[in-house]
Design a protein around this ligand. Sequence first.
Ligand code: ARG
Length: 581
Amino acid sequence: MADPQEVLSRRVQSALGAAFGPEFADTDPVIRPSQFADYQANAALALAKRLGRKPREVSAAIMEHLDVSDVCREVEVSGPGFINLTLREDWIAAQAQALLDDARLGVPEQAPKNIPLDYSAPNVAKEMHVGHLRTTVVGDSLARTLEFLGHNVIRQNHIGDWGTPFGMLIEHLLEVGEDSDQAKLLTTDPNAFYQAARTKFDESGPEADDFAARARGRVVQLQSGDEETLRLWRKLVGFSKDYFNKVYGKLGVTLTDDDLAGESTYNDMLDAVCDDLESQGIATMSDGALCVFLEGFTGREDKPVPLIVRKSDGGYGYATTDLATVRYRVDTLKADRILYVVGAPQAMHFKMVWATAREAGWLPEDVETTHVQIGNVLGSDGKILRTRSGAPVRLVQLLDEAVERAAAVVAETRPDLGEEDRAEIARKVGIGAVKYADLSVAHDTEYTFDFDRMLALTGNTGPYLQYAQARIRSIFRKGGVDPEQARGQITVAADAERALALKLLGFGPVVAQVGDLLQPHRLSTYLFELAQSLTAFYEHCPVLTADSEAERESRLTLVAVALQVLVQGLDLLGVESPEHM
Ligand code: ARG
């Protein structure tokens, strides 16, 4: 057990039980990092009220029963009744040593849950925008983290692959030729294809054989399952898949074709969704549409806002499909916890869908649903990021630019490396920088996309963390030691050494916290702090030129653990670790 906070919690709890009786043994001892010691236990303050005694008296009673001599070298009551706890150096060293032989690096193995994880979800024949980039990057990091914690993550890429625009898209595909260069635009510049179809549609006249009329006819054929129409639809979706996979490949995300579960997969369930809601009296007809009116969902002038499950023309919409996702994920995927990593503006939609599903009995109380809300990515003008001409930014170009910019830096800093090595570093740094920018801020906040800032080698950036691990590797290269073979005895003496070792013990707890709270930025913050502890460590504690062989061994082993933690941590974020930088 390497988590000091957890160890101290349990020790203080048993003291509480011994001092005040077994009913106090599960009281939260409120262990927090402290300014004056490593930690402080604040339990006495809350307990004083409950016990009708003075906080300092309560602390004294806890102290009498507190047995931490193997963990702490100093325990004292301060202020109104805090208990300050200072860890023993040999205890910290032993815990850091234990990490070396722990493949999980202190990350707890949790009881496995089935977790359908809905993320990325771009739309067919449309550009993936920076919003999709962020749901992809955050979702993928959560997938990696939850898997590492032992869960069964079931990736669900809910692509937008169905709906009325497909009539016009299919007709356009037929006109330009299924395998023409124009059709291939779908794999490189999907918006250009979409816009061309849209323009034709909008400029189409009222005649029955006009483009718009044919497009509408196509929608009917698509919905009635016409074989030829379905074939063309599949072709369209296939092109888009190629495009998505190109972006996923560049990004290094874990999504594959097996994870696709687009809107169309739920087509066969939609009739039943509506029928069941209607027969249960949950949905009612209103202005020709089948609607659910939920308590507490009102708009302007307190007018109830309906969740429309069947439009007046008989068509189904986004809400109907998402009701089906709930049923499918609960019934078929046996979900314990369902996560939707989707833009923040859809918060109301999900609340209404889940409230409806709960009422219909499709979503049992013990299945938790969470909307991991994704904030907007802004341009330097403070508006949603767009190109100068106002068009949506093309993601592939954006990623390529990041790599190019990184390449320019690497060309300057590492002229000694071969071209191939430099290109590889540039790719990892450029992509890592973009991904890390999404992961270093709380997922629901907005942030400004800024190449210069995300590629900076200082500050809380991807390149800074990548550099921190590359620097450790370079120490090992210089010392002629393989980091995997570093198996010395860790001792901690110097302050910076102690701080680094203690920081390493925080990895397991923070990963568990990311899994619970679904906040990857907490891991980013942790890794950033770890990298800062390393910088302070190098300043005060020479590694290869340490005073004694034992000290050198100890420090090499300590940074070997730091290397493992950094690489593992970055991997959970989905950021690669270059060998050199
Ligand atoms: N395709 C949607 C969009 O681009 C996101 C879908 C999210 N997932 C879901 N189950 N609704 O906004």
